[in-house]
Design a protein around this ligand. Sequence first.
Ligand SMILES: [Zn+2]
Length: 124
Amino acid sequence: MSDTYDRLNALCFGGRLRPVVIRLEPWILSIDTPGLRLAGAWDSDGWSIAIDRALLDHPRLLVGALLHEMVHQACHQAAGVGGHGPFFVAAAALAGGPLDIPGPTPATASTWPYPIPRQLLKEI
Ligand SMILES: [Zn+2]
């Protein structure tokens, strides 16, 4: 996982992201917040990224979830900005460019770049 992080950092963020702790957790896909379901989580206090370990079986979704959280990290690192507002949308568009991943719109930012298929979501 840290290899993937390092590659994405070099390719999509110019290597500017500071090292983080990356954890695989069993609970993240269970989180239900209004309007979205999460596959990863950025923790600016702990400077860490958590990814649901169920994504290990879904490499594309795993990379997508990691990239999403890395954009959160980039927003925090550059400007202390959280959430999925204009700053996130702009940063995601820049980060996705080298991978030919289209940037999000304000409406799709919270599930960018790949929405999690319903069958992966865990019952609460
Ligand atoms: Zn997010």
